[in-house]
Design a protein. Structure first.
Length: 109
């Protein structure tokens, strides 16, 4: 039997189709691997939270430090966390009323 004249063209066309299909599958595989890695990180974050390795402050810090969170969410998380990150400056007297009265009586006499 004699092969048709366009057999090399058919083979080249098949190779091109297979090559395109391979690259499509490789691209899909890369997307799926990235999604898998994201889900693994999310599972780890949740397990850490459930196991007590993370508290609410740490959660807020991770939100406002996340480049994936929108700006409004980051600002809300930072506003909620700041009260626990920086102590409020308050006046703390170094004496009691009794010690003040004793010092006052000593100063007067």
């Amino acid at each position: 039997m004699v092969a048709p004249m366009n057999a090399p063209t058919d083979v080249q066309k098949l190779i091109a189709e297979m090559d395109g299909a391979l690259h499509t599958m490789l691209d899909e595989n890369e997307v799926l691997r990235a999604e898998r890695d994201h889900l693994r990180a999310e599972v780890k974050r949740l397990v850490d939270w459930v196991m007590g390795d993370r508290d609410a402050l740490h959660c807020l810090q991770s939100i406002y430090n996340s480049p994936h969170a929108d700006q409004g969410t980051r600002i809300k998380a930072a506003a909620a966390a700041i009260a626990f990150e920086r102590p409020k400056l308050t006046f703390t007297p170094m004496f009691t009323l009794a010690s003040f009265l004793i010092e006052l009586a000593l100063a007067i006499s």
